[in-house]
Design a protein around this ligand. Structure first.
Ligand SMILES: Cc1ncc(COP(=O)(O)O)c(C=O)c1O
Length: 365
């Protein structure tokens, strides 16, 4: 009965389902792209200090110190930065700032399905932009949708594939009557670092970049991210956020994490090295693996046994992400595969050992 009080846009959708988060220990957890390494020791010290500080007082609603630090890393003034409770909050703020009910958002498919859930909640329409089988863009095929879209969301590097598209590709995706959101959740894992160059390109005035501290700074448990764009856009987005969207502890941790670039770079480098080893070994085991610029790899097999392998790994307490994207190909074909987070070397050794056993027992039977 109470269902009749619920907005139809909410009632009609299933809601976004995040990856499994087992709360007990003993798992090799390679399913939600967390960083396997702890955050900088400076983060722990800053948190301790913040806990002993003034928790009875509201935090700075504009998160000015954090915005100044994040801006500095991009060579930009603080008014180019909107700090938020993780990237996901900035994605919600973007939707609420730019998209009226009935307007269109678009995003590549397969990619991050949350964009679609957020559009549903806003009463907006969404269209999926098909990619070629090698994950490249067919710009002529998507132009018609881009021309009608208010917001286009593009994760770069993409998830689940891990590939990174060029700035030229991205500039072609800026909608003529809207804004391109480049979701750079995995940007720090790219071989060549980039920080805001796109915003300075012709067309960059209608681009918003989003970054998170969940991945490269090992702070998924804290919830801290930020958007970077021209101050005119950021000022409007700021009106939409909650007054105190970043709490004192997240701000203290986030600031200390950004302040320790050496720690972040060292661990991102480790992850890149483990990623290369994982990719090579998975290929030897018969998987096709996309060259990844992120902290995960997308692995598929010609025999299509992805779900089975996921289950067999889970039985050995190794958790990877089985992903299935219906209607991802022209003509209606689906795409599925395994998205595997790059863990520590020891975790990846365990995964590879388990995979070798699973594949050997499949050959025997
Ligand atoms: C493409 C992409 N964007 C955003 C996020 C969410 O980041 P956050 O933890 O900052 O909300 C994720 C998390 O997995 C992601 O894969």
């Amino acid at each position: 009965m109470t269902a009749s009080f619920i907005r139809p846009d909410v009632r009609r959708i299933a809601g976004y389902t995040p990856g499994e988060q087992p709360q007990e220990s003993g798992w090799i957890k390679l399913n939600t792209n967390e960083n396997p390494y702890p955050p900088s020791p400076r983060v722990v010290a800053a948190l301790r200090e913040a806990v002993e500080g003034r928790l009875n007082i509201y935090p700075d609603p504009l998160a000015r110190r954090f915005a100044a630090k994040a801006g500095e890393l991009f060579g930009l003034d603080p008014d180019w930065v909107l700090p938020a409770n993780g990237s996901d909050e900035n994605l919600t703020i973007l939707m609420r700032t730019f998209v009226d009910p009935g307007e269109l958002i678009a995003y590549p498919y397969p990619s991050y399905i949350l964009y679609e859930t957020l559009a549903d909640l806003q009463g907006a329409a969404h269209e999926r932009l098909p990619l070629r089988e090698d994950w490249s863009w067919d710009h002529a095929a998507v132009r018609n949708v881009i021309e009608r879209a208010k917001l286009v969301f593009v994760p770069n590097p993409n998830s689940p594939s891990g590939n990174r598209w060029s700035d030229d590709d991205l500039l072609k995706l800026v909608p003529p009557r809207g804004v391109l959101v480049v979701d750079e959740a995995y940007g720090d894992f790219c071989d060549s670092p980039h920080r805001g160059e796109l915003l300075r390109a012709a067309g960059g005035e209608r681009i918003v970049l989003t970054r998170t501290l969940s991945k490269s700074y090992s702070l998924a448990g804290v919830r801290m991210g930020f958007a970077v764009a021209r101050p005119e856009l950021i000022a409007e987005m700021r009106k939409v956020k909650d007054s105190y969207n970043c709490d004192s502890l997240s701000l203290a941790a986030g600031l200390a994490a950004l302040d320790d670039q050496g720690w972040m770079q060292e661990h991102a480098g480790r992850i890149r090295r483990t990623r290369a080893r994982l990719t090579a070994r998975l290929r030897e085991l018969g998987f096709a693996v996309v060259d990844s610029q992120a902290n995960f790899v997308w692995a598929t097999r010609a025999d299509g046994r992805h779900r089975e392998i996921y289950e067999d790994l889970k039985a050995r307490r190794v958790l990877v992400r089985y992903m299935h994207f219906p209607d991802a190909r022209a003509g209606g074909g689906s795409v599925d595969g395994l998205r595997i987070t790059v863990g520590t070397d020891a975790e990846i050794d365990r995964l590879l050992e388990a995979l070798s056993e699973i594949l050997a027992s499949a050959t025997d039977s």
